[in-house]
Design a protein around this ligand. Structure first.
Ligand SMILES: CC(C)=CCC/C(C)=C/CC/C(C)=C/C=C/C(C)=C/C=C/C=C(C)/C=C/C=C(C)/C=C/C=C(C)/C=C/CC(C)(C)O
Ligand SMILES: C[S@@+](CC[C@H](N)C(=O)[O-])C[C@H]1O[C@@H](n2cnc3c(N)ncnc32)[C@H](O)[C@@H]1O
Length: 375
C-alpha cells in the first residue's frame, strides 16, 4: 500500500484577490460582447475556439434533449436491437412499437449523439458511445432510474427552493427502499448491485485489499462489492453491515461472509476487522451523519487498520461536472447528502480521529475516487 500522507488543511472560504476579481470581470465582459463574438468567429485561430465554445454552449442548452434521446434509445430497446446487427427503419419500428417515422427520428437522433451509426443509407448499427453504454448494465440501470431524477428536475427552481424535508420522487424511492422490506427494497438493492460492478472494478484496481485479514463492507447492500472482492482475495474473511431488511434479501454469498444487521446511527460497528469499506455511502448523508459514520468506523478499527472510502467525488480534474453538477443536484433531489472533495473527506476523517489519509488514483474518476484513512 502506498505511504499515507497527513491530511491537507481544509481551505476556508475567502474573497478573491483584487487582480482576480478585475480580470474575471473584464474577461467575462469581453466574452459576453456580441461584437467580440462576431469577430472572433471569423478570425483565424479564434474561429476554432469560438466554434468549440458555441458547441459547448449549445450542449448546455440542449443537454436535456440529448439525455432523453438516450432514455428513449434505452427504454425502447433500440440499443439492444442495434447491438445484434444492422437495422432499417421498418425493423426498428417493429421492434420498438414506434411508427416508421418516429423510429427514423429516434435512430437519427441517436446517430447524431454517436449512440447509433448510419452504416448505409437508412440502415443503422450501434455507434461508439452506444457500444460502450449498451454493454454496461450498471450505466443502463442508472439511465432507466433517471426518470425519477428528471421528474424532480422538471422545475429546478422549485426543487432548490423547497425544504429538504419535503418529499421528492427520488427521495420517496430511496426512503421506501431503505425503510421498506420486500419489492422496493429488492429493486433498490438490485439497482445498486448492477451499478456496483464498475465501482468495484475501480476500487479493487486502486487498493490492494488482499493485504488485510478481515474486511467489513459498511452499507454493503446485497453484497455486490463483497462478491466482486471474494475471488480476488481468497484468504480475506468478509462481512457486510447493512439494515436488517436489506440484509435479509442478500443471497448466494460465499460461506466466509458474516452478516451484521444494524443501523449506522444506532448500532456500534462490529470489531475485529482490520479493513472497513464505505462504498457509495458517505455522499448520501449530511455532514453530521457522515461524521457519525466516520467516528463509528474509527472506534471499531484497530490501530493500523484501514478505512477505504470509494465514491464519485467533487472537484476531480476532468470530471468536475459529474461531481457538483450531476451528484450535487442528484443528492439535493434525494433530500440528503452532498458530493464532497477528497480534501473535505480528509478533514472530516481527521476530525473523526483518523491521523492519516491518502487519495488513490483511479482510472475512471467519473465512476469513483478512493481515499484510504488510518490512525
Ligand atoms: C477501437 C476504437 C474504435 C477506438 C479506440 C479509441 C479508444 C481508446 C476508445 C475508448 C473506448 C472505451 C474504452 C470507452 C469506454 C467507455 C466507458 C468505460 C464508458 C463508461 C460509461 C459509464 C457511465 C456513463 C456511467 C454512468 C454512471 C452513473 C450515471 C452513475 C450514477 C450513480 C448514482 C446515481 C448513484 C447513486 C447512489 C447514491 C444514492 C448517490 O448513493
Ligand atoms: C447507495 S447504497 C450503496 C450500496 C453499496 N455499498 C454499493 O455501492 O452498491 C447505500 C447502502 O447503505 C445502506 N444504508 C442506508 N442507511 C443505512 C443505515 N442507517 N444503516 C446501515 N445501512 C444503511 C443501504 O441499505 C444501502 O445498502
Amino acid at each position: 500500500m502506498p505511504d499515507a500522507m497527513p491530511f491537507p488543511d481544509a481551505t476556508p472560504a475567502r474573497s478573491p484577490p483584487e487582480w482576480r476579481r478585475r480580470w474575471t470581470m473584464w474577461r467575462n465582459r469581453v466574452l459576453g460582447s456580441r461584437t467580440f463574438q462576431h469577430w472572433a468567429a471569423r478570425l483565424p485561430v479564434f474561429a476554432t475556439v469560438s466554434r468549440h465554445r458555441a458547441a459547448r454552449a449549445f450542449d448546455l442548452v440542449a443537454g436535456f434533449c440529448y439525455s432523453q434521446v438516450l432514455m428513449g434509445a434505452v427504454q425502447t430497446g433500440l440499443l439492444d436491437l442495434l447491438a445484434k446487427g444492422p437495422c432499417d427503419a421498418d425493423a426498428i419500428a417493429r421492434s420498438t412499437g414506434l411508427s416508421r417515422d418516429a423510429a427514423t427520428r429516434l435512430a437519427r437522433a441517436a446517430a447524431a449523439l454517436d449512440l447509433a451509426e448510419e452504416v448505409a443509407p437508412g440502415c443503422w448499427m450501434l455507434g461508439q458511445q452506444g457500444a460502450a453504454l449498451q454493454s454496461n448494465a450498471g450505466a443502463l440501470a442508472m439511465v432507466r432510474h433517471h426518470t425519477l431524477l428528471y421528474a424532480d428536475l422538471a422545475d429546478p427552481i422549485a426543487l432548490l427552493r423547497k425544504d429538504r424535508s419535503e418529499p421528492t420522487a427520488l427521495s420517496t424511492f430511496w426512503h421506501y427502499a431503505t425503510e421498506a422490506e420486500g419489492e422496493t427494497a429488492t429493486r433498490y438493492s438490485h439497482l445498486m448491485a448492477t451499478s456496483q460492478e464498475m465501482v468495484a472494478r475501480e476500487a479493487m484496481a486502486a487498493y490492494p485489499f488482499d493485504r488485510h485479514r478481515r474486511l467489513l463492507d459498511l452499507g454493503g447492500g446485497h453484497g455486490a462489492f463483497i462478491k466482486a472482492l471474494a475471488p480476488a482475495c481468497p484468504a480475506l474473511e468478509l462481512g457486510i453491515f447493512d439494515l436488517p431488511p436489506v440484509l435479509s434479501g442478500a443471497a448466494s454469498l460465499p460461506a466466509r461472509v458474516a452478516l451484521h444487521p444494524g443501523d449506522f446511527f444506532a448500532t456500534p460497528f462490529p470489531q475485529g476487522y482490520d479493513c472497513m469499506t464505505l462504498v457509495r455511502i458517505l455522499h448520501d448523508h449530511d455532514d453530521d451523519r457522515c461524521m457519525q459514520i466516520l467516528r463509528s468506523a474509527r472506534e471499531a478499527l484497530p490501530p493500523g487498520g484501514r478505512l477505504v472510502i470509494a465514491e464519485p467525488m467533487a472537484g476531480v480534474r476532468g470530471a468536475r461536472a459529474m461531481g457538483d453538477a450531476y451528484f450535487g443536484l442528484y443528492l439535493w433531489a434525494m433530500n440528503s447528502g452532498r458530493p464532497r472533495t477528497a480534501s473535505e473527506y480528509a478533514a472530516m476523517a481527521r476530525e473523526a480521529g483518523f491521523t492519516r489519509s491518502q487519495s488513490l488514483r483511479t482510472a475512471m474518476p467519473v465512476i469513483t475516487s478512493v481515499i484510504v484513512c488510518s490512525y
